[in-house]
Write a protein that binds this ligand. Sequence first.
Ligand code: GLA
Ligand code: ZN
Length: 677
Amino acid sequence: MTLTPRYPVFLHGGDYNPDQWLDRPDILEKDIELMHEAHVNCVSVGIFSWARLEPEEGVYDFAWLDEVIDRLWKGGIHVCLATPSGARPAWMAQKYPEVLRVDENLHRPRFGERHNHCLTSPVYREKVRQMNTRLAQHYHDHPAVILWHLSNEYSGDCRCPLCQDAWRAWLKEKYGDLESLNSRWWTSFWSQRYTDWSQVEAPGPMGEKSNTSMWVDWRRFCTHQCRTFIRNEKEAVQAVDPTLKTTANLMYRFWDYDYFSLAEEIDVVSWDAYPGWHSGDDTHTGADFAMQHDLMRSLKKQPFLLMESTPSKVNWKPVNKLKRPGMHLLSSLQAVAHGSQSVMYFQWRKGRGAAEMFHGAVVDHDGRSDVRVFQDVRQVGLALEKLAPVYDSPREDAQVCIIFDWNNWWAIDYAQTGHNKKMKYNETVLMHYRQMWERGIAVDFQDMRGVTDLSGYKLVICPMLFMFREGFEQKLRTFVEQGGTLVMTYDSGVVDGDDLAFLGGRPGGLMDVLGMRGAELDALFPDDRQAMVMNNGRRFPVTELCEIPEHLGAEVLATYGHDFYAGMPCLTRNRFGKGTAYYLAAKVNADGLDAMYQEVLNHLSLDRALDAALPRGVTASRRGDTVFLQNYNPQPVRMRLTKDYTDLLTGSVQPRKLILPGFGVMVLTEMTKDQEE
Ligand code: GLA
Ligand code: ZN
């Protein structure tokens, strides 16, 4: 399947901001030449161009953009055309202050910066609609234009009076009457009962800070506002031409909005990936970004686009380190390995001034192409051309599904419990994901929406699934009953979708499935000692969180090693219906997880991307018949292949005793009989 039917090839390019160079036609001309040299075939244009596109209210100037796009097209370069709503022009902020966002301290900052408008403001929505309509009328059938890039990195919340009204309206719609809101928000505590809708305000440091049911609703409301904002943008452009698809560029570990929900509003998921390579353990970073790529692929269960990445370094981390040789290709092809149909950058050419003048770019201030970064980019462009045969191959079907849910994430982060504000939901999910990544086993992510279907999976993993919403426990029960294998951890099934505790034991509704009840949650200090002791005597350190369980008949695979709960179950297995449910009661280290998953996987025959032992720091993932073999170690590693393969990147046949270079990547296709002869 292609995300860009008007140009169905791997896209290579990035954010192109020619508005900075309109007085330098020589540079704009040179850009096209350099794009050819870098094997760039597509750029994103107009992302922050509002001030140039509508210099005065109602006065539109598209002439400069016509020239830019025509020049690109003459050079054979395609365009993702942006709507400019990521930053509004000064005149608009001056004339209509309501377009500016009010912060959590109920203070409205003045004009400046970007990504700081109110998503509710009818004026802003109307201005966006007018702008998008004009852009669509003008460019929808330009042969260069292949995709709408809606706004930029939607984020944040606003607490202006308009948003407060919208919040109350959303709550009325959800709860119908105040009594129902009072009961679901448990307002009988601390005398919080509301007696009139007008008393309800947005939570925040200036008002109610602690009611978690209210907070979770606030995040749902903010997601909803962003969704309707996106809908307004999308409807404007697609009213003119419904065939031109839309994307929004999403972000790493982004907390503000529920991305599963947001993704329902757009046609194509794209995202901006900025791994901090060489800042510690690159294998950890590799697994972390593999997980994010898989999450992005899972949002719509379709390929995605890597919309931004840096050709060299960023300028906003505390330390902005360059990618070491090899890493640019590896990092770029990692996205492709997980289902991306592009490798795009921020940005094409470094500006001379302002905030991002020192952010890595394909073309540096010296404008040269005979330099390392430019040549690294060119190498990726060439690689993507060689990978053309893989374009239509989807990422392999996963047999493993990890449940990752934004509502759960918010509920955990808001909860005042074990390790306040440090429950590390993402890190915990990553620890489980990494067990599969290291084995070359494909993973899907799903959340707890009604549409979620677990039936195709062999293994479902629920790390810290604190909240069960939409009756998800019933889906898990059916999954196990019908023969599936479930892994569930401590701190699961504690609250329902309203963030109200389950009465009668946890995990709510699944205690018989697990043969366990999570009775008490203990939190450890760094110096506290605890261990998981397997039946064969192997011991693994446990830190941070331990649940003391009540044993309801599950088979005990490991027990606690210390303290007053020494000898009590720490890891159990229960047969239920035709399936099996594992319960891990404590945060065990990676080796302990490895031992657990060895046990789990012994009973399941799961497909692996490559039939070979993978050294530490090496992983494999598959698209169709092609295997992306990646080494996140700086050193070369030795491996043994069990079949004959050709590397699509070099065209050369690989010896079965393989040496994979440090930060090396190979794209292996099995050799056909003819090739072998
Ligand atoms: C984000 C933004 C870009 C740019 C880059 C810098 O992803 O979308 O406009 O600021 O960060 O890394
Ligand atoms: Zn607002």
